[in-house]
Design a protein around this ligand. Structure first.
Ligand SMILES: C[S@@+](CC[C@H](N)C(=O)[O-])C[C@H]1O[C@@H](n2cnc3c(N)ncnc32)[C@H](O)[C@@H]1O
Length: 237
C-alpha cells in the first residue's frame, strides 16, 4: 500500500472532526481566542483549512472568510458544508507556501490551525502570509505542541510521556495506522517557529500553551499536565 497523504485520509479526518473531536475543538477555540471577537469587515484567510473547522467559526464572527488547502478532497468537504449551510466562505485548492490564489495585501488576518506543521518550507509559508496581509495585519497559528509531539514520542505503560527526538527537525511519518501523523508531519522546534517569524519581519504578540480541558482529559487522562498545542500570534512589523 502506498504512503498515506492528506487526500487519502481526508474522508477519515473529516468524519473524525464532524463526529466531535475534543482535541480539534480545543485547538479551534485556542486559535479563535487570539482573534478579535467581532471580525465584521475583516478579511481572514485560513491556511490549511481542511474541511473548514476554522473558516466556519471565523465567518460566524462576521469575517469575510477564505480557506485554502492543497487537499482537493478536504476542499470538497469544506465546499459541501458551505453549500449545506451558506456562510459566504470562499475556498480554493492552494499551497501555504505560495498562496497563489490570494492577492497581495488583501487580508487582515491569516490563521493556520494545525497546518504549518504539515508545510515543508516554513520561511516560504511565513513570507506568503506576509505578502497577503495588509500592513499591520496579524498571523495566528496553532501546531501540535512541538515538545510533546516530536518524532518518536511515545507513552510508557504507566502513562508518562517520553519526548522522543525533539531536535530532529524535518519530515517524519507516524507508524500509528489510526493517527493523524500517518500522513506525515514536519517537526520543528519552538525556536524555529519563533525565529522564523522574526526573520520574516513579524513581531510576536502572544505565545500560549494551555493545559488540556476537562473534555480532553475525560478521553485521555494521561495528557494531564501536558499542553497539547502551541499557539503563536504575531503582527507584521
Ligand atoms: C491537521 S490538518 C488541519 C486542518 C484544519 N485546519 C483543522 O484544524 O482541522 C492539516 C492540514 O494541513 C494541510 N496541508 C498540508 N500541506 C499543506 C501546505 N503545503 N499548505 C497548506 N496546507 C497544507 C492538509 O491538507 C490538512 O488539511
Amino acid at each position: 500500500m502506498s504512503a498515506e497523504t492528506w487526500d487519502s485520509i481526508a474522508d477519515w479526518y473529516a468524519e473524525k472532526l464532524r463526529s466531535g473531536s475534543a482535541l480539534h475543538d480545543f485547538a479551534r477555540d485556542l486559535l479563535l481566542d487570539a482573534l478579535p471577537g467581532d471580525l465584521t469587515g475583516h478579511g481572514v484567510l485560513d491556511v490549511g483549512c481542511g474541511e473548514g473547522i476554522i473558516t466556519r467559526a471565523v465567518a460566524a464572527r462576521g469575517a469575510a472568510s477564505h480557506g485554502i488547502d492543497p487537499s482537493e478532497r478536504l476542499i470538497e468537504y469544506a465546499r459541501a458544508a458551505e453549500k449545506a449551510r451558506p456562510a459566504g466562505v470562499k475556498y480554493a485548492v492552494d499551497d501555504g507556501r505560495t498562496l497563489a490564489t490570494i492577492a497581495d495585501a488583501s487580508m487582515d488576518w491569516v490563521t493556520a490551525g494545525l497546518a504549518y506543521n504539515n508545510v515543508p518550507d516554513l520561511p516560504a509559508a511565513f513570507a506568503a502570509a506576509r505578502r497577503v496581509l495588509k500592513p499591520g495585519g496579524g498571523l495566528a497559528f496553532t501546531v501540535p505542541h512541538p515538545c510533546f509531539e516530536a518524532p518518536r514520542a511515545s507513552w510508557t505503560p504507566d502513562g508518562q510521556r517520553l519526548v522522543g527526538d525533539y531536535l530532529d527537525e524535518g519530515f517524519w511519518r507516524s507508524a500509528n495506522a489510526t493517527g493523524v501523523r500517518r500522513a506525515g508531519n514536519q517537526h520543528r522546534t519552538i525556536a524555529s517557529y519563533a525565529m522564523g517569524l522574526v526573520m520574516c519581519g513579524f513581531t510576536i504578540d502572544l505565545v500560549s500553551e494551555p493545559a488540556p480541558n476537562a473534555r480532553i482529559l475525560a478521553e485521555q487522562p494521561r495528557r494531564a499536565g501536558l499542553p497539547p498545542f502551541l499557539l503563536i500570534a504575531a503582527r507584521m512589523g
